[in-house]
Design a protein around this ligand. Structure first.
Ligand code: PLP
Length: 408
């Protein structure tokens, strides 16, 4: 008899986006004359930039020619892309990351989901609440969560991020071995300052813990002084892994390309206390389970760093950030308390007193024909909040803002 991995039975139904879609579809069916605007989407709406498309076409031609065709590529990514990443995203900012610490992948989702495999099954996990659900679910699958009781898993250390602590996670009271931090944050749109990150790095070094730092929205950071990488903090190379993605930076959600930085200085320990290189272990894992990102896609990602690519992708992100300002501005004028949207594509608003996240969802849909995402879907501490995104077109974003202003 084939037996199931019982951990999968512990997973809580991810009904968030399914429920959003169901309620939206029901409303549209009952009100076919209304134009519903989605500010719920976490996907980009602008196409790939010309610099990227040209590079992909050229790479495509190479793949059709006998002399330049390529089969399997390196598991860890082609050197041309790893070098471009190391140079532009790190060395140009004075951060000491080398190309052999970079692993190219098909997505930050896969990387943040898979990295936990390197750690023992009894590792204690801490994560921000609310947060991107993949961190929790993959640890549930790996058997680290314990039982689910009163809305939370027993063995997970939840770090509430709410208005009262400026959405900054506080250091765990109990010991943790692995900590997931996400900055700029999905869903709160908040960022961690250098001072806050320094506290976390010091804590991790003291506890021999590892920080899994998800910076998929790094390209949205516009405020001076906000760290673009955890490796700006001295000592982070001994306790952190960083995840980044071309998805939101350059519209690669459909074409798929991302990377993680696994420093050579990062060691993890076996039962006898013997240290092992996380970089070597990750290489071993990737070479066993992953066969690399297509050459054509990696050439497209490389073009993001060309002068044209940098300019074209920056303009697109500037457009999304302009959308975010339009939404946040309208919310504030209408009397809401809204956060985020300055260094992130997410606006996180407080629902009115006594109104739950789902009640607010229904209100926005029925009264304004705007779809957002209930904060409670991202975790216990997201209750009483609501997420809007800046990824729609400027025209529809402006129309949504006008509808919000009617609530003034
Ligand atoms: N990390 C966070 C915080 C995200 O919000 C997302 C996507 O929404 C991802 C990672 C996934 O990125 P990718 O498209 O590179 O898999």
């Amino acid at each position: 008899m084939s037996k199931i991995n019982e951990n999968y039975l512990n997973l809580q139904g991810s009904y968030l986006f399914a429920e959003v879609a169901k309620r939206t579809a029901a409303y549209k069916a009952a009100h076919p004359q209304e134009q519903v605007i989605s500010l719920g989407i976490g996907d980009v709406s602008r196409p790939l930039v010309p610099a990227v498309v040209d590079a992909m076409k050229k790479a495509c031609d190479e793949m059709g020619q006998a002399g330049t065709f390529r089969g399997y590529g390196p598991y860890e990514g082609y050197d041309f892309l790893r070098n471009a990443i190391a140079r532009h995203d790190y060395q140009a900012r004075g951060i000491n990351v080398s190309a052999d610490e970079i692993f190219v992948s098909d997505g930050a989702k896969s990387d943040v989901a898979n990295f936990q495999e390197l750690f023992s099954a009894d590792s204690r996990v801490a994560l921000q609440d609310p947060v991107y659900p993949v961190y929790l679910d993959t640890n549930v699958m790996a058997g680290r969560s314990g039982i689910f009781e009163e809305g939370q898993f027993k063995n997970i250390i939840y770090l509430p991020c709410v208005a009262e602590n400026n959405f900054a996670p506080e250091l765990p009271q109990a010991h943790a071995d692995l900590v997931y931090l996400c900055s700029p944050n999905n869903p709160t749109g908040s960022v961690l300052s250098a001072e806050q990150l320094k506290k976390w790095v010091e804590w991790a070094l003291e506890h021999q813990a590892v920080i899994l730092y998800d910076s998929a929205y790094e390209a949205f950071i516009r405020q001076d002084g906000v760290p673009h990488s955890i490796f700006e903090i001295p000592g982070a190379e001994k306790c952190a892994v960083e995840f980044r993605s071309f998805s939101k930076t350059a519209g690669f959600t459909g074409t798929r390309c991302a990377y993680c930085v696994v420093p050579k200085a990062l060691q993890i320990y076996d039962e006898n206390g013997t240290a092992h290189s996380a970089n070597a272990l990750w290489m071993r894992r990737q070479s066993t389970k992953f066969n690399g990102v297509p050459y054509i896609i990696q050439r497209g990602a490389e073009a993001v760093y060309s002068p044209e690519g940098l300019q074209q992708t920056r303009e697109i992100i500037d457009g999304y950030l302009a959308n975010a300002r339009v939404i946040a501005g309208a919310l504030k004028k209408a009397g809401f308390t809204a956060y985020g949207g300055e260094n992130a594509p997410y606006i996180w608003l407080k629902t009115p007193q006594g109104v739950s996240s789902w009640q607010f969802f229904d209100f926005m849909l029925q009264e304004l024909q705007i779809v957002g995402t209930p904060g409670s879907g991202f975790g216990h501490s997201g209750e009483g909040y609501f997420r809007l995104t800046a990824f729609n077109t400027p025209e529809l974003t402006e129309q949504a803002a006008q509808r919000i202003l009617k609530l003034k």
